[in-house]
Design a protein around this ligand. Structure first.
Ligand code: NDP
Length: 429
């Protein structure tokens, strides 16, 4: 059993994580939150008190921390007696926070792949450049590290695993589809950290086709889907974190990621990119000041968390899985619908932050009670998806499945079997 949580970061996702930890503090214990700006952490704790989110009276505390500093992070983990660290700060922090967890024995969770500020769209599989290099260190220290446990990456990895385990004998393709049919009413904004959002597709975007990496240009491939609730949606093939682990762990020959973009987003993105304003490389101004154009663009765009009060509409994110069962072709869509307004009413956030934050807390709860406390590094598809999906159903993220039998809520605790041989394939690497 593990208790006491340290949340790193105080942005949109951290806001949801803090509220959901508070709603489950009987299981999780003390809640500490840290970022460089302690005022942001304090504001999140104030909103927990305003919404009376605590399940039972308990400890809430804000801290100032530069999480790039491994020693300072390790000291805070020890001082707060935190046994679980939920890293929802910027992805530039992953390796230092992970190192602090290895040194202190705390379990580690994050929701995005590690990034180097001066590189974009790295060589696949991206995890091998960073996190996976610490796999043996985690094993030696008996440290549980669950990577990429937001919605995508995260829940979509679990959906793939659940579909493989329960619906198919053999899987030919997984198309991950992410559509936000919501509206925030601003001229232009991104739904999470703009810097990270743009970095995802400012260069080569990778897909996994015929068991090999394929390099694509952004907006090169377009596909329309008819999805539940959000209806007909135009999406574009893009690169994404989860492809870098699912391609290595699941033995599925085709895994692609499709994201919905409106014409307005594409126009603004194209202008910014062609002007050089999305570059991660520093430039010098006439006054001799060195600036990173992408960081300037981030500074002038709306804070994604500030979109929440006016956001309306819904998201649909899921996996379309194709393969065979008993020799017959089979197609399954496993997905979630999330309503921006309902998220705001519950925790004061928009649905993109909500869908990323809830899974991280569900995973922390499964580590706390031992279910996912595997004492090594794992990507989400390597873990049993059944308790994860079942817990999220109770925490505000309901999983649905659409197949030849109809469209219904997934109740995974009923008869689903975890197939550990998939995990063994991953471990054999
Ligand atoms: P924000 O930019 O809103 O928040 C990032 C936070 O990190 C800020 O509060 C910042 O606070 C903190 N931070 C940055 N540098 C440091 C540092 N050196 N030390 C301590 N804290 C630091 O991002 P989001 O909340 O939108 O996203 C958080 C994470 O979740 C990102 O990794 C993002 O990629 C991921 N994400 C994952 C999704 C998924 O579905 N898997 C979906 C959406 C996001 P301060 O400036 O005070 O330090």
């Amino acid at each position: 059993m593990k208790r006491n949580v340290l949340i790193i970061g105080a942005g949109g996702v951290a806001h949801v994580v803090a509220h959901k930890c508070a709603q489950n503090n009987a299981r999780l214990g003390d809640i500490n939150i840290a970022s460089r700006t302690v005022g942001k952490c304090q504001a999140i704790l104030d909103s927990i008190r305003d919404k009376s989110s605590l399940q039972q009276p308990g400890h809430l505390e804000a801290h100032a921390l530069d999480a790039m500093d491994v020693d300072a992070t390790a000291r805070l983990i020890r001082a707060t007696r935190s046994q679980i660290v939920i890293n929802v700060g910027s992805p530039f922090l992953n390796m230092s926070v992970l190192q602090a967890c290895i040194e202190t024995g705390a379990a580690y969770l994050d929701t995005a792949i590690h990034e180097d500020p001066r590189k974009v769209c790295e060589t696949p599989p991206w995890y091998a450049n960073y996190e996976w290099k610490r796999r043996q260190a985690c094993r030696d220290a008996g440290v549980t590290a669950v990577l990429g446990v937001g919605f995508d990456p995260g829940v979509v990895n679990a959906y793939a695993r659940y579909a493989i385990d329960t619906c198919f004998d053999s899987v030919e393709s997984i198309d991950i589809i992410d559509v936000n049919a919501g509206s925030h009413g601003r001229y232009f904004a991104t739904n999470f950290d703009p810097e990270i959002n743009f970095r995802e597709f400012v260069s080569t975007v990778w897909s996994w086709e015929n068991s090999a990496w394929k390099a694509n240009a952004m907006f090169e491939h377009c596909k329309e889907w008819d999805l539940p609730v959000t209806g007909r949606s135009t999406t574009y093939l893009t690169g994404h974190d989860e492809l870098h682990s699912m391609s290595q762990n699941l033995g599925v020959p085709n895994i692609r990621f499709w994201m919905g973009f409106g014409e307005h987003y594409i126009n603004v993105f194209t202008v910014l990119k062609n002007l050089g304003l999305l570059s991660e490389q520093p430039v010098r101004t006439a006054r001799g000041q060195e600036v990173v154009p992408l960081e300037v663009v981030k500074a002038v765009l709306p804070d994604p968390a500030s979109l929440a009060p006016d956001y309306t509409g819904k998201t649909c994110i899921g996996d379309l899985v194709r393969g065979t069962k008993h020799g017959k072709p089979q197609e399954v869509l496993i997905y979630n619908i999330c309503d921006h307004k309902a998220c705001f009413e519950e925790v004061g956030s928009q649905a993109i932050s909500y869908t990323a934050g809830v899974p991280a807390v569900a995973a922390a709860m499964l580590i706390a009670d031992g279910t996912w406390d595997v004492r090594e590094m794992a990507n989400v598809e390597e873990l049993d998806p059944v308790p994860f999906i079942a817990l999220m159903n109770k925490m505000g993220l309901e999983t649905r499945i659409k197949d030849a039998r109809g469209d219904r809520v997934v109740e995974p605790e009923r008869g689903a079997a975890f197939r550990p041989e998939v995990r063994m394939r991953a471990n054999a690497r």
